[in-house]
Each structure stands twice: as structure tokens, then as C-alpha cells.
Design a protein around this ligand. Structure first.
Ligand SMILES: *[C@@H]1O[C@H](CO)[C@@H](O)[C@H](O)[C@H]1NC(C)=O
Ligand SMILES: *[C@@H]1O[C@H](CO)[C@@H](O)[C@H](O)[C@H]1NC(C)=O
Ligand SMILES: *[C@@H]1O[C@H](CO)[C@@H](O)[C@H](O)[C@H]1NC(C)=O
Ligand SMILES: *[C@@H]1O[C@H](CO)[C@@H](O)[C@H](O)[C@H]1NC(C)=O
Ligand SMILES: *[C@@H]1O[C@H](CO)[C@@H](O)[C@H](O)[C@H]1NC(C)=O
Ligand SMILES: *[C@@H]1O[C@H](CO)[C@@H](O)[C@H](O)[C@H]1NC(C)=O
Ligand SMILES: *[C@@H]1O[C@H](CO)[C@@H](O)[C@H](O)[C@H]1NC(C)=O
Length: 419
């Protein structure tokens, strides 16, 4: 053993990890050394196992980090390990202004719903009231959703005790200045990533993957979220790749691959007559492959409020059933309900759309009878029928605005100065 180590070991070094660390770097190089600002979950008792629950160990590590005096500390999930975690909430506020969660290993959800008996079935992992959080790494977050999917009401409507609400893999609740980078999400039992009550959030370079027929497995869902950037992400799931909910603004979505899935959707909004405020949504450079929708806005007929200032641009479609769709009659298919309300959709631009449609109605602007869509702008659109079809058409109802360079299908917007 080198000399300085020996010296240290004869001293009382409890609490002076830092000294050890500094010496350690000088002697042995970084790798063999514990870092005082790194909180390795294995040091808190987490064990690599697909059956032993490590959630208490993770919570203990989180509590240490959250109460630590260290600047910019890192909770570390080491590589080549799998940790089974029961439903867990990592709560703030925390002492450090910035906290890192570095995930290289795999986090595994319990395979059966029974593990949620004493927990909120709406979530598996959650960060609550934490600000300045950075979650990153090349690790996996695996929801093992099958045990929920096979009992979902969506696919087994007649089944006694079928499940409507299943856990979101990771929720960020009330947060500021947060980022989520690089992580691979797999098979969540329902939505993969939800932001609720967050301001300034950057999502980058994720992959999100679940079977195309898994029920309600949205990729990313935003609700009460402002100033969000989502970039360079691949999403293929059984529901919306990205869904934008009520009370959202300043959302930038760039360079996304979406499919299988239900598209990049604004909505569904205004369920139960709720008041909607959605504005400044910019969706750019998205490749949709085999999705049911591309650029979709869907609102419940009874909703109120507005969606305005939306730009969808540079979208590429490969056999997409509804490349461009506004559906303001969501939830009232049978037409017996005629609500007086309606969410006002206005100032929405669609430009540079290319590719193939898997249904005849490639452009479908089905707006509210009571509150029409206004200031829509369609610009440079060419959509071909895919190999199964002969032609594509467009449908407009209560849809006002201008079309320029809409080559195919023929444009149908109503050119009125209405609104
Ligand atoms: C975390 O702990 C594990 C198990 O002790 C170890 O193999 C790994 O190298 C540690 N990681 C770091 C960065 O200290
Ligand atoms: C986020 O910022 C807002 C406004 O400054 C503040 O009221 C709120 O407490 C912050 N939330 C957290 C979790 O720090
Ligand atoms: C659903 O899958 C789980 C896990 O494979 C299994 O234990 C359960 O019996 C299945 N339930 C139904 C209703 O098929
Ligand atoms: C996701 O779930 C599906 C269906 O159960 C399964 O076939 C697939 O292997 C799972 N993916 C991973 C990475 O475990
Ligand atoms: C777009 O995102 C993919 C990952 O999905 C990445 O490989 C690619 O480099 C990104 N393109 C640009 C121009 O950043
Ligand atoms: C428009 O919405 C109405 C009411 O839900 C529906 O009956 C009709 O089929 C829709 N039209 C198209 C072309 O989707
Ligand atoms: C039509 O929808 C309304 C509201 O969802 C429902 O109350 C009514 O029973 C439905 N009618 C039929 C004939 O399905």
C-alpha cells in the first residue's frame, strides 16, 4: 500500500472523505477513488436483482443527497446492474441548488400491479418539487408494463376489474430548471414521461419504446408545463408520441422520430368542459412512420378556452392515417350532444408537409360548430396516397384561413376574414 494511504488509515478520517479523495486522485487516479459528491446507490444497500426491492436504498441515497451541503452532487446508478424499485417518490425541496441523477444501469418496475396496493396507481417513479435537477445517462427505465396491459379496459372492456389508470413510468411534479437526457424508456405500463407543473424543462436524446398495441403508453405528456424543449428523441409506443395538455405554453419540439404511435398531439383538451390555455407550440422536423396521426389537435366538444400560436413545420410522413387533423368533436362521436362551448383554435400554421397518407382524408380540419377554427395557414403541402390507396382528399368544416402551395390534396379552407 502506498505511503499516503497508510498515513491516512492511522488517522480518524470519518467525515473527511474530501481529504481522502484529494490524496486518492494524486496517488491512484480517479477511478479507484470514492468521490464525496457522488452518492452511489450501492453504498446505500441497493442490490442488483430482478426480485429484491431496492427502493428504500434509493430513498436513503436521495435523502442524503437532498440534505447534503455539497454543491452539485450526483446520485449514481452504476452500469451493468439492474435495480427493482417499488413505487417511489423522490421529494424536494432540497438543499443543493443543482442535483444530478446519473443512470447507467437499469431500473425495473415490479411486474405485477399488486406492488401498488399501498401506492398511487398513477405513477411508478416521481420527482416532486425538486428544482435544478438533471437526470441523464445511457441507462434504461423499464416499466415491465405487460402485467397491466393484459388487464386494461381499453383492450378488455368487458373484463371485471379491468384497469383504467396504470402508472406513468416517471413523473416530474412541480419543477423548475430540469433536464432529462439520454435515458432509454421501455414498456411503461402507461405514459412513459409526464411533466406536471414544470417550468424550463429540456428533454434531449431519449428513446422511448413500447409495443404499438400497448394501451395508452404515451411517450411524453405535458400538462401545466411552460418553456419546454424536446429534441433529438425517438418514440415508438401505443399512443401519442408526444401529447400536449391543458395549460401549456412555449413548447419547442425538434427532430423527433415518431412511430408506431398516435402522433404529436395537442390534446385531448377540454374534457368535462375544462378551460384550456395552450399557446406558442412549435413542432419541427418530425418523421412519422406508420402512425395513426401526424399533426393532430383534438378537443372535447364541451371544452372552453383556446389553442393559438401553433406551428407544425417540416413534417415527413410514411403511411400515416391522418397526417394533418383537427378534431373538435372528440368524445361525442354519436352526434347527439351539441355543446355551445368549444375550444377556439386559431393562428395555426402547417408548412412543408411531405409524404404518404394511409387514409383518403389526408387533411381533415373538423372544427367546432359553435367556435370555428380561424387564421389557419397551410403552406407547401404535398401528400400522396400510400400504396393501398388511389387518391387523397381534404375535408374542412368550420375551418377558416389561407392555403398557399397546397399541391395535394386540394385545399379546402374557407377564405373568410372571420375572426
Ligand atoms: C458504484 O458502486 C459499484 C459497486 O460498489 C461500483 O462497482 C462502481 O464502480 C461504483 N461507481 C462509481 C462511479 O463509483
Ligand atoms: C419554481 O419557481 C417558482 C417561481 O419562481 C416558485 O414559486 C416555485 O416554488 C419553484 N418551485 C420549486 C420546486 O422550486
Ligand atoms: C397478466 O400478466 C401477468 C404477468 O405475466 C400475469 O401474472 C397475470 O395473470 C395476467 N393477467 C391476465 C388477466 O391475463
Ligand atoms: C416490451 O414488452 C413486449 C411485450 O411484452 C416484449 O415483447 C418486449 O421484449 C419488451 N421489451 C423489452 C426491452 O423488454
Ligand atoms: C436527430 O435525432 C437523432 C436521434 O433521434 C440524432 O441521431 C440526430 O443526430 C439528430 N439530428 C440532428 C440534426 O441533430
Ligand atoms: C367530423 O366530425 C363529425 C362529428 O364527430 C363526424 O361525424 C364526422 O365523421 C367527421 N368528419 C370527418 C371527415 O372526419
Ligand atoms: C351519445 O353520447 C352521449 C354523451 O356521451 C350519451 O349520453 C348518449 O347516451 C349517447 N347516445 C347513444 C345513442 O349512444
Amino acid at each position: 500500500m502506498p505511503f499516503p494511504f497508510k498515513v491516512l488509515m492511522h488517522q480518524d478520517i470519518s467525515g473527511s472523505m474530501l481529504i481522502l479523495w484529494i490524496l486518492c486522485i494524486n496517488i491512484a487516479g480517479l477511478y479507484a477513488c470514492p468521490r464525496p459528491d457522488h452518492f452511489n446507490v450501492t453504498d446505500y444497500g441497493a442490490v442488483s436483482s430482478i426480485t429484491v426491492d431496492s427502493s428504500q436504498a434509493f430513498l436513503n441515497a436521495w435523502n442524503s443527497i437532498c440534505n447534503s451541503e455539497v454543491d452539485n452532487p450526483t446520485l449514481l446508478v452504476p452500469e451493468w446492474r439492474t435495480f427493482l424499485l417499488n413505487p417511489t417518490v423522490f421529494s424536494g425541496p432540497c438543499k443543493p441548488k443543482r442535483i444530478n441523477v446519473e443512470i447507467h444501469g437499469e431500473l425495473l418496475a415490479p411486474p405485477l400491479p399488486s406492488a401498488w396496493a399501498k401506492h398511487d396507481p398513477g405513477q411508478w417513479l416521481a420527482f416532486k418539487e425538486v428544482s435544478g435537477l438533471r437526470v441523464y445517462g445511457n441507462g434504461r427505465i423499464n416499466g415491465q408494463g405487460f402485467g397491466w396491459w393484459n388487464q386494461s379496459c381499453k383492450y378488455h372492456p368487458g373484463m371485471a376489474g379491468c384497469i383504467k389508470l396504470a402508472p406513468t413510468a416517471i413523473k416530474f411534479l412541480k419543477c423548475n430548471e430540469t433536464s432529462l437526457t439520454g435515458i432509454h424508456f421501455i414498456n411503461s405500463s402507461q405514459t412513459h414521461v409526464t411533466l406536471l407543473g414544470c417550468d424550463e424543462f429540456h428533454i434531449d436524446s431519449l428513446s422511448i419504446e413500447a409495443p404499438g398495441n400497448s394501451p395508452n403508453t404515451d411517450g411524453i405528456h405535458l400538462q401545466h408545463a411552460h418553456n419546454v424543449i424536446i429534441t433529438n428523441t425517438m418514440i415508438g409506443t401505443g399512443d401519442d408520441c408526444i401529447s400536449i395538455g391543458d395549460y401549456t405554453s412555449n413548447i419547442d419540439i425538434v427532430n423527433i422520430t415518431c412511430g408506431p404511435g398516435h402522433g404529436v398531439s395537442i390534446g385531448s383538451l377540454g374534457k368535462g368542459g375544462s378551460y384550456v390555455q395552450v399557446q406558442n407550440i412549435h413542432v419541427k422536423d418530425v418523421y412519422f412512420k406508420g402512425t395513426t396521426n401526424g399533426a393532430r389537435i383534438k378537443t372535447w366538444q364541451e371544452g372552453r378556452g383556446f389553442v393559438r400560436g401553433v406551428i407544425y413545420e417540416n413534417l415527413f410522413f410514411n403511411s400515416v392515417r391522418n397526417p394533418l387533423v383537427i378534431d373538435q368533436n372528440y368524445g361525442t362521436r354519436n352526434g347527439t350532444v351539441k355543446a355551445k362551448n368549444g375550444v377556439h383554435v386559431s393562428d395555426v400554421a402547417y408548412r412543408n408537409f411531405y409524404g404518404t397518407s394511409a387514409s383518403n382524408v389526408a387533411i381533415n380540419l373538423n372544427c367546432s360548430e359553435s367556435v370555428a377554427c380561424t387564421s389557419l395557414r397551410l403552406d407547401s403541402i404535398v401528400l400522396w396516397p400510400d400504396y393501398r390507396l388511389k387518391e387523397v382528399t381534404s375535408y374542412c368544416s368550420n375551418a377558416y384561413g389561407v392555403s398557399m402551395g397546397v399541391i395535394q390534396p386540394p385545399p379546402c379552407l374557407n377564405h373568410t376574414s372571420f375572426g
